[in-house]
Design a protein around this ligand. Structure first.
Ligand SMILES: Nc1ncnc2c1ncn2[C@@H]1O[C@H](COP(=O)(O)OP(=O)(O)OP(=O)(O)O)[C@@H](O)[C@H]1O
Ligand SMILES: [Mg+2]
Ligand SMILES: [Zn+2]
Length: 250
């Protein structure tokens, strides 16, 4: 191979070779390395940019209500062992989400009003999104409305169902209240069951106790939510909202 000593204005003398293509001399090796480094950096900056863009899009379209936009698991105050248990499950759920999203491990949060069910579930969804996955939040009422709206418009019902059956995680809040017609709840089963058969995780939240929720959803659906490593976490303690009101008065 033809070699020649060349001079780089920045790095001085170096041995250049004729490159196999054309009649070009090789660059100064230090300049060449610097150039490659810059290319690599640009590439990872581009990947990071794309990832951040995806995350902010997922946040924007998550449906998480403004009230819970800053909810965090660590911001959930714990005073009892039951609350500790709910927090521990939530943390583990986020930590293990990479596997959970393919295994379809679901959870049920059930219990009294104002106990932080929506807070913790939104906190989970937010952390899952920050990890780079897609998560959606919707109440059963809004889901049924979004679905029944399609009966009157040109939008396909299946597109709405898809939106909620294909996201990495779905938080389905306020399940258990009978809205309107009986066949409404068929659509809830449809969404929960479609996610189940595709191994996609769902967090269902309800004010009903476990027996009433089982009756509402039907045993097969209720069982599916707790299959494998899934769990039903009871939230029965004093309402946080009432506590806050007392503080404001006294
Ligand atoms: N342990 C807690 N630590 C900090 N904030 C809490 C805690 N529990 C509840 N909150 C706050 O109290 C308010 C009510 O909680 P949240 O809306 O999550 O209750 P919920 O269980 O979903 O009630 P509901 O069944 O009526 O929907 C929220 O602002 C929430 O952030
Ligand atoms: Mg709630
Ligand atoms: Zn050089």
């Amino acid at each position: 191979m033809k070699k020649e000593t060349k001079y780089c204005e920045r790095h001085g003398d170096y041995v250049a070779e004729v490159l196999p293509f054309g009649n070009m001399w090789s660059l100064c090796p230090i300049c060449a390395e610097e150039r490659q480094l810059k290319l690599d950096l640009d590439l990872s900056a581009e990947a990071a940019f794309r990832r951040n863009k995806k995350i902010s899009e997922n946040l924007q379209f998550s449906g998480i209500p403004k009230k819970y936009a800053n909810a965090s698991i660590s911001g959930y105050e714990v005073t009892t062992a039951e609350q500790q248990r709910a927090v521990r499950y939530s943390m583990r759920y986020v930590e293990a989400f990479e596997g959970i999203k393919d295994e379809g491990v679901s959870m049920v949060f059930f219990g009294s009003p104002g106990t932080g069910k929506t807070h913790l579930a939104c906190a989970i969804a937010l952390e899952v999104i920050r990890k780079g996955f897609e998560a959606k939040y919707i109440t059963a009422f809004d889901l049924l409305n979004e679905i029944s709206d399609t009966f009157r418009t040109s939008e396909l019902t299946s597109n709405v169902v898809k939106k909620y059956t294909e996201s990495g995680l779905l938080v389905l809040d306020e399940v258990g209240i009978q809205y309107g017609k009986d066949h409404d709840s068929i659509w809830l089963y449809k969404v929960i069951n479609t996610r189940y058969v595709n191994d996609r995780p769902t967090i269902v939240i309800s004010n009903l106790d476990d027996q009433a929720l089982e009756k509402f959803l039907g045993s097969p659906t209720y069982d599916r939510l707790q299959e494998g490593k899934g769990a039903a976490i009871p939230f029965f303690w004093e309402s946080r909202r009432r506590k806050q009101n007392l503080k404001m008065v006294g």
